[in-house]
Design a protein around this ligand. Sequence first.
Ligand SMILES: [Fe+2]
Ligand SMILES: [Fe+2]
Length: 148
Amino acid sequence: MLHAPKFLEEEHSELMNSLRNASKTGDETGKAVGRLLEKLEPHFQDEERLVTPCLAALTPLAEGDITVSRQITPLLTELERRYRAFYEEHKVIRERALAVRNVAARDGHSDIVDLIDGLTHHAEIEEEVLYPAALVSGKYAAAMSRKT
Ligand SMILES: [Fe+2]
Ligand SMILES: [Fe+2]
């Protein structure tokens, strides 16, 4: 059984809970957050289905436990097919997040401005580290299962 990296699960659920609350401001900020959530919810779900398990496999694979390869290898084809789309979705998410940030700053929702900055940081870590790490993990797992 693979255990999802705790920080990632927590970060996703914290961001999602805070954004769902932020969507209820009853003003333009809330509406802009709603538009952001339309894109973000399916994006997070796909990350949790494809990226998170590959990241969960990193520790066992690094420690030489290749039995996890069987769980990861079936995800590789879809992860490879979907890989560039994750980056493309971030572009749309960034645009909508920026729209939220602008309207939230104007409406005096400094907490929501901070929340958007947190989301942007989250996306940067994914692009620079987590997505490539997940892909390498999947490819390594597939290579290991071919050997066994
Ligand atoms: Fe994410
Ligand atoms: Fe993402």
